[in-house]
Each structure stands twice: as structure tokens, then as C-alpha cells.
Design a protein around this ligand. Structure first.
Ligand SMILES: O=C(O)C(=O)C[C@]1(C(=O)O)C=C[C@@H](O)C=C1
Length: 355
């Protein structure tokens, strides 16, 4: 079987687009034909839709599989859908679905992922694994490992954002540091961004998509429907195929690295200066920790409590102000000093508790 998620062979971002849900034969056929005209080769479409609240549209189910099969006889595209159980896997395989994805509500549940993994054994179908709904890197890694253990090799990860309580901007908070971190563990896997689910509204899709490309993501999965406002699910975040085409044209792709020798040389110089600056920073930290230890000894000798609230409050107020004068983000300085203070307390408690 042709490998879909081959990072080494990829020249530009891999684009996957299609309706949130397959609704009717006509809606699917019409949307797909417009997308294929826009040059889209991989179509997404939900058939089974696990929804947060009951009563919302939960997908038309297996009756959509023959519609997809028929559309594939008329047009050249690969079809991807979400599977959430072994029966979904079996049925979708029977109808020649080309790519599966495991949704964010399944990735959180090792039982579900294991059930899907078992039913994938012996197949070589490409699988995409969405991040879990909650910001838990190990659950995402765990799901990936279960699918890998089932013998699946053609795998990509999808960043669709994380549930949140009060993020007013996004439907799902992007927390970009999480997809970046998982890539440090699995650099060979393609990372696909889903700006539709992160933004929740069509006006924001291009901004998130551009940010993903700026961060060197390998692909985008974007929801597109022939008439988004009448869509049976996710109406606010879908784009018409034309709007999608326009968005893709406007996106700027970035090069992975510098190519020009002169710039490369300058980059090397600056990176050496950064190495030196980091070294100085670590030496300052070392000096700070030695002083903290010294105070720890005095506290032990004089039987004084580790936490000194007044002093800590003064530090917590003054350091962001000092930072601001140096053009440093006060939020960064607050976080940094919070971490440093935790470490001081840990170290001094260790000194106190030592016999
Ligand atoms: O000033 C102290 O008493 C310290 O031990 C140093 C320090 C710090 O890290 O700066 C550590 C713990 C205290 O709560 C306050 C400040």
C-alpha cells in the first residue's frame, strides 16, 4: 500500500479537507467534486460522530459507506474517517476507506484505543491520531504506542487543540507547546494541524493555519462543506470549497532551514552568542542557588521557617519590574521566579530535614 504520511517525501504541506460529517449522497458528492477541483486529494468526512452532549447529530452511520464508495468510483481521492470502535473499523475496511483517524474523545481512553488497535492488526491502513481532549501528553503518546504495537506503520498525529474552561478566543485551546513536545519524541512522524477545531469559527481558521505552518507543521486538516451554514454539525467553522482554495493560496509556506551560505554563517555567529548567554544565565542560577543554600543553613541553625512571605512578595513584585526595564515580558519573569522560588523551598526543606 502507498505510504501517505511520508515526511521525507513531502514537499509542501499535506492538505486534508472535507465536510465535518457526511450528510447525504448529494451533499458529499457535490462537496467532494468542488474540493477535488481545488486540487484536494485527501477528503475527510465524519460518519460516526462522538459528540459531547446527547441530542446533537451523531453522524448518519454506516449507510454513508456505500455513498463514499460510489463517489470514489467517479473521482480520484482518498477518503479518511474517524473510527471509535472495532465495528467501525470492520465496516469501514469492508467499504475501502483509505485512512482512519482516532478522535480526541477516543485518544483519552486506553480501552477504546486498545480495542481499535486490536481490530487494526494485520492491516496496513494509515492512521491519524488526534490529541486527547485534555492536555495530557502521555495519553497522546500512549495511544500512538498502542497503534504502533498493532503493527501500523503509516501514522500521523493531528493537533486539534484541547478542551478548556474559559478560553474566549478558541473552541479548543491550541497549547502549541504540547504538539511541539511530542515531536521531540517522535520527529519522524507528520504533525497535522486542525485549525477548524481549534478556532471553532471560520474567520479564525486562516490565522491558526498560518501559525501552524510558521511552526513547521507538516499538514493541515480543514473542514469544508458546500454550504457551511446549513451543515448538520460544526456549521460555524466550515468553509466553502472556494473559500478553502482562497485560504490555501494565501498561506505562506516557510522553509525548514536557512539555505543561503552567508545567512547560515551569520546564524552560526548569533547561535554562538546565544550559547554564551545561556552559559552566563546558568552560572547566575548556580550562584543564586549557592546563596539560597547558605540562607538555608542559617534558617536551620536559627530554627527559622523556610518560607519567608514578605521577602518572596518583594521579589515577585520587583523582578518583573526590573525585567520590564530590560524589555522582557513580565509574565515570563513571574513564571521564571515562581519556578526558582519553588526550587529554593525544595532545597532549603532538604537542608532542614537532613539529620
Ligand atoms: O530570602 C530568603 O529567606 C531565602 O531563603 C531566599 C528565597 C529566594 O529564593 O529568593 C527563598 C525562600 C523564601 O521564601 C524567600 C526567598
Amino acid at each position: 500500500m502507498e505510504v501517505i504520511f511520508d515526511k521525507k517525501k513531502q514537499t509542501g504541506p499535506l492538505i486534508i479537507a472535507g465536510p465535518c460529517s457526511v450528510e447525504t449522497p448529494d451533499q458529499f458528492l457535490n462537496t467532494v467534486s468542488q474540493l477535488v477541483d481545488q486540487g484536494i486529494g485527501i477528503i475527510r468526512g465524519g460518519i460516526w460522530k462522538p459528540r459531547t452532549r446527547p441530542g446533537s447529530f451523531e453522524g448518519v452511520g454506516s449507510i454513508a459507506l456505500p455513498w463514499v464508495q460510489e463517489a470514489k468510483q467517479q473521482m480520484d481521492f482518498k477518503f479518511a474517517t474517524e473510527v471509535a470502535s472495532s465495528s467501525h473499523v470492520e465496516e469501514a475496511l469492508k467499504y475501502g476507506v483509505d485512512i482512519f483517524w482516532i478522535g480526541a474523545r477516543s485518544t483519552v481512553n486506553p480501552f477504546t484505543v486498545q480495542e481499535i488497535a486490536e481490530s487494526l492488526k494485520g492491516t496496513d491502513i494509515p492512521v491519524m491520531i488526534k490529541n486527547p481532549v485534555n492536555a495530557d501528553l502521555s495519553l497522546w503518546i500512549g495511544a500512538l504506542e498502542r497503534i504502533q504495537k498493532a503493527g501500523i506503520k503509516d501514522i500521523a498525529l493531528i493537533h486539534r487543540g484541547f478542551s478548556n474552561f474559559r478560553d474566549k478566543v478558541h473552541r479548543n485551546s491550541p497549547l502549541w507547546q504540547i504538539p511541539i513536545e511530542i515531536q521531540t519524541h517522535f520527529p519522524e512522524l507528520m504533525m497535522i494541524n486542525d485549525p477548524s477545531h481549534i478556532s471553532g469559527k471560520r474567520e479564525l481558521v486562516s490565522i491558526i493555519a498560518q501559525k501552524a505552518l510558521d511552526l513547521n507543521f507538516d499538514g493541515l486538516m480543514i473542514e469544508s462543506h458546500r454550504s457551511p451554514d446549513t451543515a448538520w454539525s460544526d456549521a460555524e467553522q466550515q468553509l466553502t470549497p472556494q473559500a478553502l482554495g482562497h485560504l490555501l493560496q494565501k498561506l505562506k509556506t516557510r522553509k525548514v532551514r536557512f539555505e543561503d551560505n552567508e545567512t547560515l554563517h551569520q546564524l552560526e555567529e548569533i547561535r554562538m552568542q546565544i550559547d554564551q548567554a545561556d552559559h552566563d544565565l546558568l552560572e547566575s542560577l548556580h550562584r543564586r542557588m549557592e546563596l539560597v543554600e547558605k540562607i538555608g543553613q542559617y534558617k536551620k541553625l536559627n530554627n527559622v521557617a523556610v518560607l519567608q512571605m514578605e521577602r518572596w512578595q518583594a521579589i515577585f513584585k520587583s523582578r518583573p519590574e526590573w525585567g520590564k526595564e530590560l524589555n522582557l515580558n513580565p509574565e515570563l519573569i513571574r513564571e521564571l521566579f515562581s519556578l526558582l522560588h519553588q526550587e529554593s523551598i525544595r532545597k532549603q526543606t532538604e537542608i532542614m530535614d537532613k539529620e
